[in-house]
Design a binder for this molecule. Structure first.
Ligand code: UD2
Ligand code: MN
Length: 544
């Protein structure tokens, strides 16, 4: 029997159904683990546990917590296999594995669900060639979930090449990853988030690129794993690359034409101005030379742009490899609070952005008050490495990014004089940036939805996520948004506005003025009206 080989792809898949009533903890869980661990991933669709209304207390919350996902909610094998849906050119490429550098995969986690965490680990183990994978280093950033204590230790001790390290205090993802890196014995560090699944063949392209170019920091394409159904959405075609808006929020955008021209084939790595942050490979030696991470950053946020700017400005190159795909769960809600984004981002802006940091502060007034701590060491690093200016970065690496003018007195919140304490506000819908109207909302002084910029092209720009320009649609009396014209191209009449001396905001194309009013329900709003400078509702003022 043992000698018989099966062609697994020709066999049907199965769901294992296990009903139980008041079963002992260990026999029940041993059954589940035994099924998971002895069944080929391609054949086992799921394990469905049916609790027939047991009344033992340990089979309630504790069972749910223990397995969170393996058991009841997602029932998806910890060993599921992701189809290799990459471009045929990627699938066809053969690598001489003995010539590639080895890697250590570092995964920091904080209070992650059992199944997403373990599925990440199994996925790395099962989709990486053994000769290339030195070890998987799990760094527990002082989680407080009970199932991540002894239970996890026991589980992981049975896995080859997996190390579990615990931090002594909550370090945040930057320092947690660095703790992990100190244990790494591979030549390349590969960082992953703790809720990822790798597509077969993900590792070789990253390592090969670094073998060829030591200063390359290479990211896989990040595919989406649905947080609810855990469906894997593979996008084999041209991936999006990383950018940012001037609040310094990371944004995806399409590959610009100049980069398409530069690449000779669709399997060449794509230069990316920034990285999303979680998933990348870098030569350990080069990462150290480059000053690893800014260890003054806490919990979450900012470190991805900081590293991106540093790589480019200091002589490295940041790329996305279209032949390397890793899925990532973008959860509806993170399992922890994220209060440090502004503080971390201010550190990045202070060290790397020179005079351009003002655009960030203008859009995040509270960031000016953040106590971002000591930066002398990071500034010394920049000097020591002889890095380029941010101006160089924008012109050379990210010429497609629109740079705001932020002319003094012409940006910020626009206050209504008619309905005092109300400001113009645009609440951009998440997946349809132009899908709302400009309205009024109590002035909050936080920038964000109330940050507008009046440009020398006479546009009123709302520039978070993407560059939007205020317009009045034909025959309408409300103010909408459309995508601004690209820098240097013609300005459509419809987005031209005059801020007049008398305090009115005039829209020549419709020959009307912006006016505050109250809706029948008593809500403050704006509409376009026939101009009348004696009507206080038509008077506006940019904040000082
Ligand atoms: C994105 C990045 C993430 C990071 C972040 C900005 C991707 C796919 N994800 O957010 O890697 O760059 O932007 O900071 O590019 N963690 C800790 N300790 C903490 C907080 C988090 O170990 O105090 C771990 C966490 O469990 C996870 C990783 O750090 O493994 C990243 O956190 P995330 O998944 O909540 O971040 P994400 O994907 O929303
Ligand atoms: Mn993540």
């Amino acid at each position: 029997s043992r000698a018989k080989a099966y062609d697994r792809r020709r066999l049907p898949t199965t769901s294992v159904v296990i009903a139980f009533y008041n079963e002992a903890w260990s026999t029940l869980l041993r059954t589940v683990h035994s099924v998971l661990e002895s069944s080929p991933a391609v054949l086992l669709k799921e394990v469905i546990l049916v609790d027939d209304l047991s009344d033992q207390p340990y089979l309630k919350a504790e069972l749910e917590r223990y397995a969170l996902n393996i058991l009841l909610c997602d029932r998806i094998s910890l060993h599921r296999h992701i189809q290799d849906g990459r471009l045929p050119e990627c699938r066809a490429k053969a690598y001489d594995r003995r010539r590639l550098p080895t890697t250590s995969v570092v995964i920091a986690f904080y209070n992650e669900a059992w199944s997403t965490l373990l599925r990440t680990v199994h996925s790395v183990l099962e989709s990486s060639p053994a000769v290339l994978l030195k070890e998987v280093i799990l760094v527990d950033d002082l989680s407080d979930q009970p199932y991540l204590k002894a239970e996890l230790e026991r589980y992981v001790s049975g896995l080859p090449r997996v190390r579990l390290i615990r931090t002594q205090r909550r370090e945040g993802l930057v320092r947690a990853r660095l703790v992990g890196a100190t244990f790494a014995t591979g030549e390349v560090l590969t960082f992953l988030d703790c809720h990822c699944e790798c597509v077969p063949g993900w590792l070789e392209p990253l390592l090969e690129r670094i073998a060829r170019h030591e200063r390359a920091v290479v990211c896989p394409v990040i595919d989406t794993i649905d947080w609810n159904t855990f469906e894997f959405y593979m996008q084999p075609g041209e991936p999006m690359i990383g950018g940012f808006d001037w609040r310094l929020t990371f944004q995806w955008h399409s590959v610009p034409e100049y980069e398409r021209q530069r690449r000779k084939s669709k399997v060449d790595p794509i230069r990316s101005p920034t990285m999303a942050g979680g998933l990348f490979a870098v030569s350990k030696k080069y990462f150290e030379y480059l000053g690893t991470y800014d260890t003054g950053m806490d919990v979450w946020g900012g470190e991805n742009l900081e590293l991106s700017f540093r790589v480019w400005q200091c002589g490295g190159i940041l790329e996305i490899h279209p032949c390397s795909h890793v899925g990532h769960v973008f959860p509806k809600r993170a399992p922890y609070a994220r209060p440090n984004f502004l503080q971390n981002t201010a550190r990045a802006a202070e060290v790397w952005m020179d005079e351009y940091k003002e655009h960030f502060y203008n859009r995040n007034p509270p960031a000016r008050k953040e106590n971002y701590g000591d930066l002398s060491e990071r500034k010394r690093l920049r000097k020591h490495l002889g890095c380029q200016s941010f101006d160089w970065y924008l012109k050379t690496v990210f010429p497609s990014l629109h740079v705001p003018e932020d002319r003094p007195g012409w940006h910020g919140a626009i206050h209504s004089l008619g309905i005092s304490s109300e400001c113009l506000d645009y609440n951009s819908p998440e997946h349809n940036p132009t899908g709302a109207h400009v309205s009024l909302f109590g002035c909050h002084g936080q920038g964000g939805n109330q940050f507008f910029e009046y440009t020398s092209n006479l546009e009123i720009r709302f520039n978070s996520v993407t560059e939007l320009c205020a317009e009045v649609p034909e025959q309408k009396d409300f103010v909408g948004m459309r995508n601004c014209p690209k820098d240097g191209s013609a300005i459509p009449e419809n987005i031209v506005w005059h801020f007049k001396e008398d305090g009115t905001i005039y829209h020549p194309h419709s020959a009307k003025c912006l006016s505050a009013y109250r809706t029948p329900e008593g809500r403050a709003d704006v509409k376009m009206r026939t101009c009348d400078a004696s009507d206080k509702n038509q008077l506006w003022r940019f904040e000082k």
